[in-house]
Design a protein around this ligand. Structure first.
Ligand SMILES: Nc1ncnc2c1ncn2[C@@H]1O[C@H](COP(=O)(O)OP(=O)(O)O)[C@@H](O)[C@H]1O
Ligand SMILES: [Mg+2]
Length: 383
């Protein structure tokens, strides 16, 4: 199944560790680029494994199995940041190309390491400390005041691993070490996505607004409405600087807090295609998935230009309907412009199981239509 001799001359092979929806959407771009695509999945029912014939099932902690898989590809990239550092380092030491590199990825996988590194770069951030024990946590709380934000340095996603700490009693419940941050009074959350190649070419997408509910992104508005051009340039330059300094290859997403009059503050980094860039599949000349593949293969990058004045992306979060396909009948009939991206995942409450894109020029209209469709698919409304 992995024989290279079956492939036409020159066909590069990309291998992805992890087989979630990001790998699944990379597979679409790989197909269009004529690139062979292989995934290392945890299970045959993983999102990307369902659509990718070249699937190896194994554990990411099994360095020997990952190494065997990596030997069949030209470059390894990642579907998520939870790939064990030891596995990545082993691959790198064995001479296998891994993008983003093990050295870069730790600043996305470990929020404390990220804060430390960004401090050295002088990037604007909320006040923070990595508290090793309750004493240090208490000291920070007295300096900054409650409420605070506590974060598990590693392993969190979609708000899991982030807690609001109201008082000392709650501080007492934390497991150490923990990243503590000032709770920022922001006006909204923004994100900027940059793609960088080994040739040091970089493209930056327009800054977007990410609308969040309970720590989970519900909508992305591209471009961020009413963002001053100087602010957009500030965000894009910050992303360019971070990508270059951290030597990121592939997509880098920088999540930001817009504090209005104050500076844009960096929340966190991701080094893989990111939810804030799903709109690019239908609203930009080149999608983030295609540009990620181009970058890791060191191909020239594609234009990040928008193809419509506005694109709205809505996440489909699992609701009461286990059957998403059935809901499409109503949604597609009601709105023929709707672009559907379902991940083939089993519906669980609040799990991201797909997203929808709409392009146009009337932001409020697009937002309403997106909200209607995601609410219908989740079962919050029935007509
Ligand atoms: N310092 C902070 N101040 C205020 N809100 C925050 C802060 N840090 C995180 N949040 C809120 O929690 C959400 C999730 O935090 P984040 O660090 O991005 O975790 P995740 O890895 O789950 O995305 C953010 O999108 C934001 O809404
Ligand atoms: Mg986040």
């Amino acid at each position: 199944m992995h024989a290279r001799s079956n492939l036409p001359t020159g066909t590069p092979v990309v291998g992805v560790l992890g087989a979630g929806q990001l790998a699944r959407m990379m597979a679409e771009s790989a197909s269009a680029l004529g690139v062979q695509f292989r995934v290392f999945a945890q299970s045959e029912s993983d999102s990307a494994a369902l659509v990718c014939a070249d699937t190896t099932v194994g554990e990411l902690t099994d360095a020997a199995a990952v190494f065997k898989f990596a030997q069949t590809v030209d470059v390894i990239t990642l579907d998520h940041e939870l790939v064990p550092a030891a596995t990545l380092e082993f691959l790198t030491q064995s001479g296998i190309k891994v993008y983003p590199t093990a050295a870069a990825i730790k600043f996305a996988a470990d929020k404390s390491a990220m804060r430390e590194k960004l401090k050295m770069l002088g990037a604007p951030m909320p006040n923070w400390v990595t508290a090793q024990n309750l004493n240090q946590a208490n000291q920070f709380a007295q300096e900054i005041g409650y409420p605070l934000i506590a974060k598990s340095p590693t392993g969190g996603y979609d708000g899991r691993g982030v807690w609001v700490i109201a008082d000392i009693a709650e501080l007492n419940t934390l497991t150490f070490p923990v990243l503590l941050e000032q709770k920022v009074k922001f006006e909204r959350e923004l994100a900027v996505l940059i793609v960088r190649s080994p040739h040091n070419q970089a493209v930056v997408y327009p800054v977007v607004e990410t609308v969040q509910q309970d720590g989970i992104c519900t909508q992305v508005l591209a471009p961020a409405p009413n963002l001053a051009e100087s602010r957009a340039i500030e965000a894009q330059q910050l992303a360019l600087q971070i990508a270059a300094e951290l030597d990121v290859i592939g997509v880098l997403a920088v999540e930001l807090f817009d504090t209005g009059s104050g500076p844009l503050l960096v929340n966190e980094l991701a080094m893989r295609p990111h939810n804030s860039g799903h709109w690019t599949q239908d609203g930009a000349s080149t999608s983030q998935f295609e540009n990620h593949l181009r970058a890791v293969l060191d191909l020239p990058l594609g234009s990040p230009t928008m193809t419509a004045p506005v694109t709205v992306m809505g996440n489909i979060l699992g609701g009461i309907h286990p059957d998403l396909h059935r809901g499409l009948l109503h949604c597609l009939a009601r709105d023929s412009e709707l672009k559907v991206h379902l991940y083939g995942k089993t519906v669980k409450p609040n799990r991201k199981v797909g997203h929808l894109n709409l392009t146009g020029s009337d932001l409020a209209d697009l937002q309403n239509r997106i909200s209607h469709a995601v609410d219908f698919l989740a079962g919050r409304i029935d007509e």
